[in-house]
Design a protein around this ligand. Sequence first.
Ligand SMILES: [Zn+2]
Length: 300
Amino acid sequence: MNAGFPPPAQGPLVNGLSVDVEDWFQVGAFEKVIARGEWDAIKTRVEDNVARVIDLFAEAEVRATFFTLGWVAKRHPAMIRRIAEAGHELASHGYDHARVFTFSPREFAEDIRKARAIIEDCGGQAVTGYRAPSFSIDHRTPWAFEVLAEHGYAYSSSVAPVVHDHYGWPEAPRFAFRPLAASPLIEIPVTTAMLGSRRVAAGGGGFFRVLPYAFSRWAIRQVNRVEGRPAVFYFHPWEVDPDQPRVAHAPMRSRLRHYTGLSKMAGKLRELVHEFRWGRMDELAAREAAQLALAEDVLA
Ligand SMILES: [Zn+2]
């Protein structure tokens, strides 16, 4: 789908940097152990962690996109304002982290409407971007892009075009694409790198904490320099919080994935944000949309 693109513009590429704002107890891996009804009784850590992330970005002079849960924004309006005041983009991560494939189209519409209203109220800026919880737009939810387009979203970054045990849509394009013929909405998948003929996750998640930073450096360089395309990276505020409470009853696999490498995370992120050029996802979406339009003109 992306073959035949014109060569990228001159100069170093600006990649997309994103943070999925949710608290330590809201991650998909713990959803069977900590019910949504219990969330209000749990001690929150998201404000302190987001403050750390804002400081880390300020130090590197980068702006990013914060895909935020409506549930979190409702309870932390001052934090949402601080994110906006620091020059970052506020975007939607849905209301309470329910995956898109668990919704009917109508329920999904209600979820994104509710989340956006809260985030816009708190942040005072228009929300034009969406990231599905746990990258849950895939082959099961072909209607999701239509709902996003109907609600006026400019872009989504909700697809992980890779094989993964919890999520993934391995057949999806690896780079920005327009999922609907009749809409300018674009999808910018999270980054994968090619290891031989295999797609490997390279845009954040457990692997970034578990593997040495050198792997991520290689992967992002590969995407930027060899393929000439921008990368999209994401992480969570809880990943810079080694002192978060441990969920004892979670499955071993979930615990391993969640807790490994937390103490080294801030240092790795610091390397990452200094080594490559990063910017907000809405700005990346605008550049990618322009490039897609250009490619269509060339083909027309
Ligand atoms: Zn999430």
